[in-house]
Write a protein of this length. Sequence first.
Lengths: 147, 147, 147, 147
Amino acid sequence: MPNIDAPDPGFESRVRASFNNQKVMQAIGARLVAVGSGEARIELPFRPELTQQHGYIHAGIIGTIVDSACGYAAYTLMPADSEVLTVEYKVNFLAPARGEKFVAIGRVIKPGRTLTACAGEVWAYVQSEAKQVAAMQSTMMMVFKSG
Amino acid sequence: MPNIDAPDPGFESRVRASFNNQKVMQAIGARLVAVGSGEARIELPFRPELTQQHGYIHAGIIGTIVDSACGYAAYTLMPADSEVLTVEYKVNFLAPARGEKFVAIGRVIKPGRTLTACAGEVWAYVQSEAKQVAAMQSTMMMVFKSG
Amino acid sequence: MPNIDAPDPGFESRVRASFNNQKVMQAIGARLVAVGSGEARIELPFRPELTQQHGYIHAGIIGTIVDSACGYAAYTLMPADSEVLTVEYKVNFLAPARGEKFVAIGRVIKPGRTLTACAGEVWAYVQSEAKQVAAMQSTMMMVFKSG
Amino acid sequence: MPNIDAPDPGFESRVRASFNNQKVMQAIGARLVAVGSGEARIELPFRPELTQQHGYIHAGIIGTIVDSACGYAAYTLMPADSEVLTVEYKVNFLAPARGEKFVAIGRVIKPGRTLTACAGEVWAYVQSEAKQVAAMQSTMMMVFKSG
């Protein structure tokens, strides 16, 4: 990632406020653990109710946290009066999502006026060892607040 | 989709048993409403705790139900002693996921010995009108049960 | 695809003029064989110089014709003074691209003011039998002509 | 990328021989400029006959070189008697492909017995300045030689 300056110096509180409005994040137990210019990290502790048929975290839940991480990475670089929407994402699942906690990292790879391209990773932690379980490539869109 | 014969005549109960083991489906309130040869449908009623910052269902939850619909569509065509894993998926979000209920349809577009390509759709219902909110293209993998 | 009206009645000649400016289409021997509202078809006869190491058409060339088919499908629905750009695409390869000719079909699945989502297919013909070899899902962008 | 050991010490000559059999690479003027364990680089000088309607290299040609770069990155880590196939790829186009030459870099992000996940980049050079124009995420498959 090139070192990218956020045009809105208040991006962190704006991102945190939006994250706090994502009710699904509280419902699954995810927390926004870091926000930087062009980057965001979300942490999800393991919960049995988020699992698929083999007892691992469902691919869609892994997709959910890394989609939000990418969306907020993009949102850090957007203007104060904007909102962010996911246009599309693609995830490759590299290993079963088995672990005590999962960390999704979203990073801007190319900011743009309207569209921002992002890359995401999800790492699973077993004790203190980390293993990458997913890779995302996505497109986010900036829209102006409507009111 | 070509008309595809499932090699295992007991595919429906096998798929339903696996779905019932996906704890996340119960956690979000999703139900498997139809299973056919090469096809599966999952229904999700709206719930406030699944929303993102604008009050719509989070893109990742939409991805979760259509990933499972595609996975189970593929699983209908796999042998009795197999398991299904998601290799990768890609989702385009066509409209905000606003509605009373959401129906994800997964279909096999090309079955294979190891890999199965699937297409998925998610439709949002407002009263009885339906609108497509997402399109998925994905790859599923067959693995033999380990034991 | 919903039946979509093209806002510019002159869309076909506009699309054909743009296609004729894609020098790569002539270089590989591809022809635009049909243009309709929200749809375009491109045909590519087999040529040995387009093959990969096993003698089939290279995945990237298959991607090239279906990207153009999707782009022109989207372009049929754009205004007269616009241009079309590919934001991103995803292709699944369903079978080796072996055949005498290849037909790429691009269709709009959701038109939008700025972004248009498309689906594409590529079919390989051996004698008169057709087999689907690729499926695409893509995002196209409308930009106004700059001058 | 983790430091990955190639199981076949003769991987470089195997990759180069396969590349030389990709007739399309010669047809477009692409050269394999570097091969390492889990990585490959392909260079393409600008040619007017590879352009789209605005005079830039066609998105599909950019996809072609980065697909091959990813495929050969994966192939470096496969056994001597294997072949490599593209299962699927996704490309985001970050900027118009304008430049004197284009360098596609493919890297393995997760090798596997059957499937290998790769990441790719394409950089455009104007004089000696480089700009990233595309990002790819893809799945490659190992198959044993059939004869």
